[in-house]
Design a protein around this ligand. Structure first.
Ligand SMILES: NC(=O)c1ccc[n+]([C@@H]2O[C@H](COP(=O)([O-])OP(=O)(O)OC[C@H]3O[C@@H](n4cnc5c(N)ncnc54)[C@H](O)[C@@H]3O)[C@@H](O)[C@H]2O)c1
Ligand SMILES: [Zn+2]
Length: 357
């Protein structure tokens, strides 16, 4: 088992990474006394595969648990779901002495986290991420929220969990595409902050794709360590936390322009390559370093170019919406070498056209 800490003073919390820890959550929660009773929040798919295991773990430790299930998918990350779940919590008499458990992917983490942040002006919660993306990214850092028609994550609040439990065994039931999407975020951490980790990802490709326990534990804990460091330095995204957006400016535009048929992680892989090419064009990154990024993404089966059929005009329209949000200029996180980045707001439209291809 690995244990890390997100260091945020009195709001610090542990991240546990271990095979099989889903079955031991009850004992740990009983020791930590996070809540008197627990509202276990999960989508229907996760409920079917892991709901009983977690419920039994809590019952085994003598804890009372109420299960609240919602339909899987991004569409559930809505104010409507918040109202529905809050109503169910109120009917069950859940109050401020109680706590929530977010068991699932990033959708569940963001939705249950937002519910915990706002129900009765805030109750405690823990994250139990079950997708690779949630294990290495969304479960750590306390960003919670929901979507509105006008855009994703437009309503939200920071609310740090009391603990994060990462069970690597759950990755075995994850659809292949979801695993790949998470791996794009994993590679992102190597590029932005840790050259040695990038080497590790180059050297352990097969073991990672095979979910070999020791290698996958090291992989996830390195990502969580980096995310925890960045969050501890910049909890509310004033500066440093922006490096986590590497690949996401063009990535989000590709995701949107594809009407979300290209899943987030795959779009981010395309965005990382585009940003690396912009960095080369700006004289910030060497051609061989850019090639290493492209080669590694390809080796994991990730896309590295914008699909030919996708409208460039639509991608650029999405980029312009992003631009408005940051005061008129597009900000790109650009790698300067493997393991380091800078922010560049001086990219021309012609350069963007060139990297979109
Ligand atoms: N808060 C943050 O910092 C942050 C960071 C990145 C992404 N996000 C958010 O995360 C969301 C995406 O998360 P996601 O990719 O995990 O999607 P998701 O939560 O929708 O999960 C993907 C699918 O996998 C299923 N699933 C989950 N775990 C499984 C398992 N172990 N076995 C089988 N099936 C499983 C789910 O039921 C779902 O259908 C987006 O809404 C995004 O905005 C938040
Ligand atoms: Zn992402």
């Amino acid at each position: 088992m690995r244990e890390l800490t997100v260091g945020l003073g009195s709001r610090s919390y542990p991240i546990f990474i271990a095979e099989g820890c889903l079955g031991r959550i009850g004992t740990d929660l009983a020791e930590r006394r996070v809540g008197k009773r627990y509202g276990l929040i999960m989508d229907d798919r996760v409920a079917e595969v892991y709901g009983e295991l977690v419920t039994e773990s809590l019952h085994g430790a003598g804890l009372a648990v109420e299960t609240l299930v919602f339909p899987h998918g991004e569409a559930s990350k809505s104010l409507h779901s918040v109202a529905d779940l809050a109503g169910r919590l109120a009917s069950l008499g859940i109050d401020r002495q109680d706590a929530l458990i977010a068991l699932g992917g990033g959708v569940t983490g963001d939705l249950a986290g937002f519910l915990a942040a706002t129900y009765m002006r805030g109750i405690p919660y823990v994250q139990v991420p079950t997708t690779l993306l949630a294990q290495v990214d969304s479960s750590v850092g306390g960003k919670t929220g929901v979507d509105i028609i006008e855009g994703k994550n437009l309503i939200g609040v920071f609310h740090q969990p009391r603990a994060v439990y990462v069970d690597i065994a759950v990755l075995r039931t994850l659809p292949r595409e979801e695993l790949l999407g998470g791996l794009a975020e994993v590679i992102k951490y190597g590029v932005i902050r840790d050259g040695a980790f990038f080497d590790f990802l180059e050297n352990h490709r097969q073991a990672i794709l095979d979910l070999q326990p020791e290698v996958i534990t090291h992989t996830i804990s390195t990502c969580c360590r980096i995310k925890a460091e960045v969050v501890a330095e910049d909890e509310r995204e004033g500066g440093m936390r922006r490096i986590l957006n590497y690949g996401h400016t063009i990535g989000h535009a590709v995701e949107g322009a594809s009407d979300f048929t290209i899943i987030h992680g795959l779009a981010v892989a395309i965005g990382m390559v585009a940003a690396a090419r912009l960095a080369v064009a700006q004289g910030l990154l060497s051609e061989p370093d850019k090639e290493r990024i492209v080669t590694l993404l390809k080796a994991y089966g990730l896309p590295v170019a914008v699909p030919g059929a996708l409208s460039r005009t639509r991608i650029k329209r999405y980029l312009l919406t992003d631009k408005k949000a940051v005061g008129g200029r597009l900000h790109f996180v650009l790698p300067t070498t493997i393991g380091r980045t800078c922010i560049d707001a001086d990219i021309s439209e012609a350069q963007i056209d060139a990297v979109l291809g």
